[in-house]
Design a protein around this ligand. Structure first.
Ligand code: BTN
Length: 241
């Protein structure tokens, strides 16, 4: 896929702009990039603070993936960011489904939004927010930037092209060998194999995170039985005391 990169000094949200364009019939391959966002959005309706110095972009794709499998797009985007960070010499971890962590601090997040028509995924937007330059307020909210982690300034040029190359590869894999994508994602996971608490309507259950499926869901084993979890808010890593 060839990218058409569109750069804005300021947007409400790159995901919102990509959505407007998708609705107007824009073909896949559009990358909407903003130097800052007025209304950056995170998952679960949270605000994604977006001052200059971060990388804020949304990729528009029209993937050949059935809607029930569209969760794998989040895996693709999360893996692409983690791989890019690893290529810079850092050791990122993916917190399911797609938070990119350096130790306990969050470096990047992904907001995937899909649109379904009949039994097809008409379009999908992969929104990526990556803390690139140092921002004093990050420490207070448990965040970290690439510059802080590497101890030197990191320019956009160092990150954007490798990231988009990795997104291209991951999107191809998501429509080809999805099992390989899930395996690649899993290599960055610190959760798999570990004890987690899985919150259900009947209360908390303690189990082991076993694997991530190609549809992006997490399998948790509790007392010899496997449960499929689709909502990240229901799973917490159990604290080791
Ligand atoms: C999260 O961790 O909650 C996801 C954060 C995603 C933020 C990015 S920044 C670019 C794109 N535009 C948005 O409004 N959100 C995503």
């Amino acid at each position: 896929m060839d990218w058409r990169i569109e750069r804005h000094a300021l947007l409400d949200s790159t995901n919102d702009e990509a959505r407007r364009r998708a609705l107007a019939g824009e073909p896949e391959g559009l990358v909407v990039l903003a130097e800052a966002q007025r209304a950056g959005r995170g998952r679960r309706g949270r605000v994604w603070s977006s001052p200059p110095g971060g990388l804020y972009l949304s990729v528009l794709t029209r993937p050949d993936i059935p809607p029930r499998e569209s969760g794998r797009l989040a895996l693709a985007a999360g893996w692409a960011v983690a791989e890019t960070v690893a290529q810079l010499g850092l050791a990122p971890a993916l917190r399911w489904p797609n938070d990119v962590m350096l130790g306990p601090r969050k470096l990047a997040g992904v907001l995937c939004e899909t649109h379904v028509g009949g039994d097809a995924t008409t379009w999908a937007i992969l929104g990526i927010g990556l803390n690139r330059a140092e921002q004093p307020e990050l420490a207070g909210i448990g965040g970290i930037s690439l510059s802080e982690a590497l101890g030197r300034p990191v320019g956009e040029g160092e990150v954007l092209e490798p990231l988009l190359d990795n997104v291209r590869g991951a999107l191809a894999q998501s429509q080809g060998d999805a099992a390989a994508l899930a395996a690649a994602w899993s290599r960055f996971s610190t959760m798999l194999g570990n004890q987690v608490t899985y919150i259900t309507t009947e209360g908390a259950m303690h189990g082991r995170a076993v694997r991530v499926r190609t549809d992006g869901a997490l399998e948790v084993e509790v007392g010899g039985r496997r449960f499929v979890v689709t909502d990240p808010a229901l799973v917490k890593l159990r604290e080791v005391t």
